[in-house]
Design a protein around this ligand. Structure first.
Ligand SMILES: *Cc1c(COP(=O)(O)O)cnc(C)c1O
Length: 220
């Protein structure tokens, strides 16, 4: 087996094991292979090994890498996991099947307009700044009810909530908090967990885990 195929098999086995321990159905959990910074030649073997959901964090990089790969594999789903500028909303709606970084009113307006124009509804996760960090993307927990109401009023399909916990400390309390917020707001999806902590996230309700370096190796 090729290296990417065996790495993918290993991650899928760990996801299945975590789901089993958590008494969850593994089909509830989607692995997003985060291919940011990695070239097409590194991505193609994972597609060949059966992976179909990928994540990128920059619109321009995704535009450069993905059109040819998707023409050859129409069943691929591409998720935007990085911050989105309002002036890129049209491009994001055209290219991505899901957006994980809806975090402010101005972006609700821009995405609603872009979806109307394109006649294409793209499910969105609302990103929450779960550790109340100064520099981090995501809406403040206090602003979440208003932002969700605005997104619902604008007919943006809401997939759930997303977070990136503070770096270097135990993430479990932050995952538990995101899970509770999603439940309180009647949202099904929880996009949480990365290479170092996706099993913990699955224990605490993750429906989408975003795994990069554990699948691709360190980023160049
Ligand atoms: C890069 C990135 C990931 C993947 O991180 P790894 O630690 O490489 O698994 C997940 N989520 C977001 C938002 C990212 O930017």
């Amino acid at each position: 087996m090729s290296e990417p195929a065996s790495l993918l098999e290993g991650i899928n086995a760990r996801i299945a094991q975590a789901a089993k321990i958590a008494r969850r159905d593994v089909s509830e959990i989607t692995l997003i292979a985060v291919s940011k910074t990695h070239p097409v030649e590194r991505i193609a073997p994972l597609i060949a090994a059966g992976q179909r959901v990928f994540g990128e964090n920059r619109v321009q990089e995704a535009q450069e890498k993905w059109p040819a790969l998707r023409d050859a594999n129409p069943d691929i789903a591409l998720h935007l996991i990085g911050q989105l500028q309002s002036n890129k909303a049209d491009e994001a709606v055209a290219l991505f099947d899901c957006i994980h970084s809806l975090d402010r009113s101005s972006l609700v307006a821009a995405l609603a307009k872009a979806m109307d124009k394109a006649g294409r509804q793209v499910p969105c996760f609302v990103q929450v700044n779960i550790g109340a960090e100064e520099q981090k993307g995501g809406c403040a927990i206090a602003d979440l009810p208003t932002l969700l109401a605005e997104a619902r009023a604008a007919n943006i399909p809401l997939a759930g909530l997303m977070c990136v916990p503070p770096f270097g400390i135990e993430p479990a309390p932050f995952f538990a908090l995101l899970d509770k917020l999603a439940e309180d707001h009647g949202l099904a999806g929880r996009s949480m967990g990365m290479s170092d902590d996706f099993e913990t996230a699955i224990m605490l309700g993750a429906t989408h885990v975003r795994v990069g370096s554990a699948l691709f190796g360190a980023r160049g």
